[in-house]
Ligand binder design. Sequence first.
Ligand code: ADP
Ligand code: MG
Length: 479
Amino acid sequence: MTDLHDILKRQFNFSSFKEGQEETIESLLSGHDTFTVLPTGTGKSLCYQLPSYLLDGQTLIVSPLISLMEDQVSQLRKMGERSVVAINSTLDFSSKQYVLTHLSAFKFIFISPETLTQEDVLNRVKQLRISLFVIDEAHCISEWGHDFRPSYLALKDTLKKLGHPLTLALTATATSTVKEDIKKELFTQKPVNEFIYSVNRPNIFYQVQYCEDKTDYLLDFLSKNELPGIIYFSSKKETERVAHLLNASLPVNVAVYHGDVSPSDRIRIQQQFIHDEIRILCATSAFGMGVNKENIRFVIHYHLPDSLENYVQESGRAGRDGKQSLSLILYQSGDERIHRFLQEDSFNQKKDLLFFKDKTQEEMKQYNRVLTDTQQKWLVQLEKSDWDWELFEQNIRVKQFEKSNKMNSMTDFVNSDFCLRQFIMNYFSHEFISVKQEPCCSICQPEGTVLEEEIISETNEQAVFDGPKLLKKLFLTNF
Ligand code: ADP
Ligand code: MG
């Protein structure tokens, strides 16, 4: 296959794919209808832009708003793409006729769902060679979504009339009902590949567990199941200590992954974990990016994450296969102190550097020995910025403020007395999107949840969520 990274660099000038992009693109290029959910602003457009260059025909993109279309058009034009056009109600009659008669000259055609249902338009579109049909903001198809657009319901019929071209549905919203509606409307013909990387992960149960003794709780939890999972720590030392203890007490393999583990060991451990030879990975945030293990059943945070952004990313590694999984934070009041301390320390180290503000480079050299590694790195950056101390000082304050705010939100999350899922949605969404489901979180179901593979192994049947009975019998996460 063509090296996708090459094209990414050459055509888009990006050095790496963001989460979800490569999987989506590969799926499309292997000819599979694809449904991808990625949070807002994380690069959904690239998922169709890049494969378009590798497919012979044209790409038709259905988009619900004129402003969104124009945004996409200008994004493509900025990259030097000229064969792009948007057909919507802003075109006057003669421009529209001109565009319609020259439609085959365009590689990217953006269109509103209403326009696509017009007979003259559809007849023209039928004559094209559509190699990729994209439905952007696909949640508009669901009456349960927050932006329902009746005209999206006509897409089912349009796809049929066009002979079911290769189809990609994109959205940032993935509540269960919306997902089902999208699949029911758009992907009835063939099986669809799904890549869900949403802020809302319906199959993850969010649990905050207050613990007197975290290690005790952990041992009890892990001795009740043999499912694959990750435990995140905020220090390498603690990662080592707990992993050692778990290895001594549990029958499964536990490994350690952090910044000091050698690159070759890291690769080996990652592979063994992916192939279930290692069951539990004790890791720092160094682990995770780009790791595609589908059946991670739980992600535990032994220490409090320092932001909801990091928390959602790390906990989101559970349940990529869509099965019931668990995110568990072990919490003790005062846990946030370690981050506050680290933030304070970093702030002070930066402030100390200001001592050099009126020193010459020669004078600075004399102090080199007493500087920490981090301070030396900052000095290198300062040198690169031509000793812009004003900017440096400004950054210190902004960064401290930002970090502290993020930490406050994380602390509010673990102390929340309302739905944890709703908390996450409110934090990341610009609008209020209500998320109600069961099972949901340790606020909505204090009795806990059942992890899906446990049900299968115990009953040897298809996984069915038979509430209370199974809850009692099997895998209670709250005990
Ligand atoms: P959305 O998911 O909301 O549709 P967009 O597709 O509009 O997001 O992309 C958001 C931003 O991310 C754009 O500015 C785009 O250029 C940028 N982007 C997309 N892919 C990458 C990448 N692989 N590396 C860096 N930036 C990227
Ligand atoms: Mg978009």
